[in-house]
Design a protein around this ligand. Structure first.
Ligand SMILES: *[C@@H]1O[C@H](CO)[C@@H](O)[C@H](O)[C@H]1NC(C)=O
Length: 425
């Protein structure tokens, strides 16, 4: 038993070394490749007011369709910044945005060579594929560490800022599971229940300067470009939350996903059809840990800044739902669920998600976390009728494949995938 355990530890040390070496090489390579692109003297050309093909009148005549009773006419908003937070069902929202963008022929501000904007470095506009000062972009939605001032130099002034939050205890658990192996300070945690062990004495294991340590503390606040190591009562936390509240028109909640989408439709003047979705990137039930009440309390205490953030936007969320009308919301959510279920019957073989091993087409294979195959995917039904075939395929296409279909070259992401295949990671 001892030998086995030591062997295991030895192997993880080896993997760590290989990972470290690879990461270093990749970073040097990246630096060399991206250096010529990073022009710190990019001229500041003012962004356009709008990049919509049909610019809405500057004074909002019918900017809202949330008037009770009859729907008012309005123009769909097409200039959108979606801050893709981590482990928050945001891949599902990306699929929605990709389809909306294709339907409306919008221009995405994508990263080049990989699927994020050099996360966790703060966003810089030089990371945008084909960026030139003054060029119009409609949608930005890939992972980034928010840097508001830089985003505002890429997207037009009428952009709607949208994001999504998740209960911080659940998010912490998910992040620990998904990214734990990328955070060296977890490697020395012993036992099978690493998460429980970590939460028993987080200060012992955690080091704010540790490589990738932000994955394990207030990850949401970090994604907003804020300092994730502040104590919750620091005035900068409150200021950060206020700044987010000022900037973001809608902050959705994973726990109320359908209600969130209905609010999105209302804020952006979309159709119900634009909201159709299948849950992408979901974890297999057996690997979803149920936090005990005790661990949950500890996780919230440890992520107290995110907890404060979440509670603030939980309040504003329910205020929005009330303004929308509780009954109207219930009716719309039921309608969305009915239509999603209908699409599942039309598109998905057996009507539900399956293990990675049971997915026939590589085009439908989702990206997996290091060390396991816990993310589920779907098989497209054979013989889907012509009217639905295209939509079904788009709704089921995982994020990376969809990005490639939209013309993003993902060579760094793919190279990393091949290395993992070779190492059987
Ligand atoms: C969110 O707000 C609702 C309505 O005010 C409340 O019932 C619920 O307990 C809140 N949840 C959290 C996690 O604060």
């Amino acid at each position: 038993m001892m030998v086995g355990k030591q062997g295991k530890q030895w192997r993880s040390v080896c993997k760590g070394l290989i990972l470290g070496t690879l990461l270093t090489s990749c970073m040097i390579l990246l630096y060399c490749l991206s250096a010529p692109e990073v022009q710190f003297s990019l001229p500041d050309v003012p962004v356009p007011y709008s990049c919509s093909h049909h610019p809405a009148p500057a004074h909002p005549v019918a900017a809202s369709n949330s008037v009770h009773g009859q729907e008012q006419r309005c123009t769909p908003k097409v200039d959108i910044m979606f801050l893709k937070t981590h482990k928050t069902a945001s891949s599902t929202i990306l699929n929605i945005l990709f389809r909306f963008g294709e339907k409306q022929r919008l221009k995405f501000a994508f990263p080049s060579s990989r699927n994020d904007f050099f996360y966790p470095s703060p966003f810089h506009r030089s990371q945008v594929k084909d960026y030139r000062p003054g060029v119009c972009f409609n949608i930005m939605c890939n992972h980034m560490r928010l840097n508001e001032a830089e985003v505002a130099k890429v997207l037009p002034a009428d952009t709607s800022y949208i994001t999504i939050l998740r209960d911080p205890a659940e998010l912490f658990e998910s992040s620990f599971h998904y990214f734990g192996r990328l955070v060296p300070l977890t490697w020395k945690i012993s036992g099978d229940d690493k998460l429980g062990e970590f939460l028993r004495e987080p200060e012992v294991y955690y080091d704010p300067d540790g490589f990738n340590s932000f994955y394990l503390k207030n990850l949401l606040f970090f994604d907003f470009g804020q300092d994730n190591n502040l104590p919750a009562d620091d005035p900068r936390v409150e200021e950060g939350i206020q700044a987010i509240a000022q900037r973001f028109e809608l902050v959705m909640l994973v726990e109320h996903f359908e209600e969130s989408l209905i609010l999105l439709k209302d804020a952006l003047c979309w159709d119900m059809e634009d909201l159709l979705f299948f849950k992408l990137n979901a974890r297999k039930g057996s690997t979803v840990s149920k936090l005990t009440p005790e661990l949950r309390a500890k996780a919230l205490e440890w992520n107290s800044v995110d907890w404060k953030l979440y509670q603030y936007f939980n309040t504003t969320f329910w205020q929005k739902v009330e303004a929308y009308g509780l009954e109207r919301m219930a009716k719309d959510v039921a309608e969305l669920q009915r239509r999603n279920a209908e699409m599942a019957t039309i598109c998905i073989e057996d009507g539900h998600a399956v293990d990675a091993g049971s997915i026939h087409e590589t085009a439908m294979q989702p990206w997996q976390p290091i060390g396991e195959k816990s993310i589920m995917g779907y098989n497209l039904k054979k013989n889907v009728d012509n009217a639905h075939r295209k939509l079904c395929r788009k709704m089921l296409t995982p994020e990376l494949q969809y990005l490639m279909d939209l013309g993003v070259n993902l060579w760094i992401t793919k190279l990393w995938g091949h290395v993992r295949d070779i190492l059987h990671w």
